[in-house]
Write a protein that binds this ligand. Structure first.
Ligand SMILES: C[S@@+](CC[C@H](N)C(=O)[O-])C[C@H]1O[C@@H](n2cnc3c(N)ncnc32)[C@H](O)[C@@H]1O
Length: 196
């Protein structure tokens, strides 16, 4: 259900704001890029084809994967598709220059494993680029996120409103080089470097 309605549910927020963030974070990416949890391929229109050597995408939900394949075809974007979970990536160590995830870490079952895998498949000095909604530093808002999360998780395919993604990233050893917060830190753009 969630997979089927995802693009429709996101539509208004996409048009108003998220599309501009997607464009900002993916349009400049170069080299061998892996996008995990690519969903319906919502970032695909914003990659610069000429800059990419390779774009691989991984997604566990077969319904979303099919929509992403259709989108890549429409855009004539050469994407390698993999069905799977980011906790166990089917790639060799250091295979990518950049690993991207947008609105994904909130939904994975084991964020620590995912960050470990991102580091493993990213080359030394490579980039980890994320755009996520996270647990805010505002105490009252965070309390609301904690309250809503159990129901939200059931409605939205395991999504946690209160995930402390920044902390997991820091604990993984990835060096944070950029952090841009939006809406009291409910949404955050992170850019990290893999120290190897
Ligand atoms: C809110 S959607 C975001 C989709 C897309 N990245 C975007 O920006 O629109 C969350 C995505 O994470 C995927 N996901 C959930 N658990 C995952 C996991 N363990 N590994 C990889 N992707 C996962 C879901 O299937 C879904 O496509």
């Amino acid at each position: 259900m969630f997979a089927f309605f995802y693009d429709k549910l996101m539509g208004p927020l996409e048009k108003k704001w998220i599309a501009s963030v997607r464009k900002k974070i993916v349009s400049g990416l170069e080299g061998n890029v892996l996008e995990i949890g690519a969903g319906t391929g919502a970032n695909f229109p914003y990659y610069s084809k000429g800059k990419l050597e390779r774009l691989a995408s991984l997604e566990p939900n077969p319904y979303m994967l099919e929509q992403a394949k259709d989108r890549a075809k429409e855009l004539d974007l050469p994407v390698e598709f993999y069905e799977g979970r980011a906790e166990s990536l089917p790639f060799k160590d250091g295979e990518f220059d950049i690993v991207v995830a947008t609105l994904v870490l909130c939904s994975v079952s084991d964020p620590q494993k995912v960050f470990k895998e991102m580091r493993r498949v990213c080359k030394k000095g490579g980039k980890i680029v994320l755009f996520e909604h996270v647990r805010t530093e505002s105490k009252s808002l965070a309390a609301l996120q904690d309250f809503l999360t159990p129901a939200w998780k059931r409605l939205c395919d395991g999504c946690h409103l209160n995930r402390d993604t920044g902390r997991y990233m820091e604990e993984s050893g990835i060096e944070l080089v950029k952090e841009k917060k939006y809406f009291k830190g409910v949404f955050v753009e992170y850019e990290g470097v893999n120290p190897g």
